[in-house]
Write a new protein. Sequence first.
Length: 131
Amino acid sequence: QNTSDNKFTTYAFIFLAIGIVSLAMKQLPIIRLYSEDYIYNIIQCMIKLPVGHFLIITMRYLKNPVINNAVFFICSISYEIYLIHMYLIGYIKQDFIRATFVIIISLILSTIFNFINKQIAKNLKTRYNIV
């Protein structure tokens, strides 16, 4: 490994540590009391952003094309997943089978909506001669 790889590895694990510590902090009763306040949202960001950076850095080192394509696919429909999953999340109710079903339905609907969005964008570009 060269120096650049060592630096990226160090950053990746620092980001992961920040995310794990923030996740532990979120479990504290004092933080839970403020679940409707900005403090809770800051903690949520301190979980998701560093862990996201960890995953992005880790993807740099994965050589498996199946995993890379799966991650690319999920990233390409992430906006649609964001929009759809909140409507379906209430159906889970602490049940693994329902949770699996919600994930599958979310992915299917997200893929369909992503396709529709791309078709609409393509038609608008053609219709209005947008490059």
